[in-house]
Ligand binder design. Structure first.
Ligand code: GAP
Length: 448
């Protein structure tokens, strides 16, 4: 394992246990024994992932006037995958162990001569190609003419619609088309929780630029934007790296490529790929479909095929990154002065599933409950809130574990002097704040 990885404190077992205990992520179809490579997002996980996607969408589409949104179908004409090269070349090498019959991805084996499951030596079959696309059938006839594929990337839906989009959105290069959606890959060895799965979501930006010599500068600008994006949502910079692909590692048509990698507990893993793809994708679809997808430039009265810069990020991997990166365990003292371990998710407030928790100190005091509920209701339109009541120590502990930045407690003093206690997740500092100034106080701390 990477030296730096061993320094990161949390283990994947701890993350998996917390994710299940607090309702972030569950194994799919658990009551039937689970399904390898598929996961379900629980109440908090669904919000966490939605926040990650919203953050990407907002910064990539909504705050820019040179990017438009898109949402294409998961199943596309099978010729799409012929043109893209996925039918012929979207393979991993697979080997079988002749002794235990288990299958492995050849390039994932630590020792290509020894089975990691049963330990047998020289028991592998010759490596052979395994296509990662998932097949399905369209309509009632099960023959080769009805074979279709679940998309292994969302990008192709954008390429085949390039002309529809630029004409209707009245855009000219440089401009981008972005979408977030499900993709499917029949991974031979899914693993590391939601890191390598068979059904996942991608956020892809396809940015089309004119062939005027500025393409590599625009590529670098997108790399910087993506760097800033991770930083602005709090991902620790020393656990992120931007690996520049060598000419040998890049496809022949690509002028540049960068893998964004995060330092997971098991080592570095890819979160996103940023690629200069030349005119490869549009050319391939034009050649197979016979349709002209070139851009017509009114100024020069000439057609040209724009160059493509792609940023493709996995939303499940980014959500997992947020969980791992936010995880912290520290020694603290409970209200009785006893030393305990505090588990806290230090989510950025924009990413945190719950932003403000409001508590009533006691369950059975209608005055307190009513006051706390009305404060929580008033904050709801602005923040993601949660109401709870009872033992404050336990409530803080729970909110720390789900990463809530601020807790507001309503107690007997509130009824007397109109102040509430605001407790901050990271420092655990508590402050008395007048209820009348609460909104402004919260806004100053975590924004709207
Ligand atoms: N259109 C380009 C493309 O799909 P990719 O590097 O194959 O590029 C982009 O995939 C991203 O999609 C990856 O960086 C990763 O975050 C995510 N991804 C790919 N396969 C995945 C899998 N099996 N499970 C979870 N995420 C995956």
């Amino acid at each position: 394992m990477d030296m730096a990885a061993s320094e990161s404190r949390v283990t994947m077992d701890e993350i998996t246990a917390l994710a299940k205990r607090r309702g972030f992520i569950f194994q799919s179809s658990e009551i039937y024994g689970g399904l390898n490579g598929f996961y379900d997002y629980g109440p908090l996980g669904a919000i966490l992932k939605r926040n990650v996607k919203n953050a990407w969408w907002r910064d990539t589409v909504e705050l820019r006037d040179d990017v438009v949104g898109f949402d294409s179908s998961i199943i596309m004409h099978p010729l799409t995958w012929k043109a893209s090269g996925h039918i012929d070349a979207f393979h991993d090498k697979l080997v079988d162990c002749r002794v235990c019959k288990h299958r492995f991805r050849f390039d994932h084996l630590k020792d290509p001569n020894q089975c990691p499951d049963c330990g047998s030596k020289q028991s592998f079959t010759e490596p052979r190609n395994f296509n990662l696309m998932m097949k399905t059938q369209i309509g009632p006839m099960e023959d080769s003419a009805s074979t279709a594929y679940l998309r292994p990337e969302t990008a192709q839906g954008i390429f085949v619609n390039f002309k529809n989009v630029y004409q209707t959105a009245r855009k000219r290069p440089p401009f981008g088309i972005a979408q977030i959606g499900k993709s499917f890959r029949n991974e031979i060895t899914p693993g590391n929780f939601t890191y390598r799965v068979r059904e996942f979501e991608q956020a892809e930006l396809e940015y089309f630029v004119p062939d005027d010599g500025k393409d590599l500068d625009i590529f670098r600008e997108w790399v910087d934007r993506r760097k800033n994006w991770y930083a602005s949502y709090g991902v620790k910079p020393d656990r992120l790296r931007f690996y520049e692909l060598t000419e040998k590692e890049r496809p022949h048509y690509a002028k540049a490529g960068i893998d964004v990698e995060y330092l997971f507990p098991w080592g570095w893993g890819e979160l996103e790929s940023i690629a200069h793809r030349g005119t490869y994708d549009l050319d391939a679809h034009m050649a197979l479909s016979g349709k002209d997808l070139r851009f017509f430039d009114e100024a020069s009265k000439a057609h040209y095929t724009p160059i493509l810069i792609e940023s493709s990020a996995g939303m499940d991997r980014t959500t997992l990154t947020m969980l791992v990166d936010a995880y912290d365990r520290e020694r603290s003292t409970d209200p009785n002065g006893k030393a305990t371990d505090r588990v806290v998710l230090r989510f950025h407030p924009y990413i945190a599933p719950v932003q403000i928790a409001v508590f009533s100190l006691a369950r059975n005091k209608p005055d307190l409950v009513e006051r706390a509920r009305s404060i929580e209701m008033a904050l709801r339109p602005t923040y993601r809130t949660q109401y709870d009541e009872g033992n404050i120590g336990q409530l803080y502990r729970r909110q720390d574990e789900i990463g809530t930045p601020l807790c507001v407690t309503i107690d007997y003093d509130t009824l007397e002097d109109g102040t509430v206690t605001v407790r901050e997740r990271d420092s655990m500092k508590q402050e008395r704040v007048p209820q009348s100034g609460l909104e402004r106080y919260l806004h100053e701390r975590i924004g709207a």
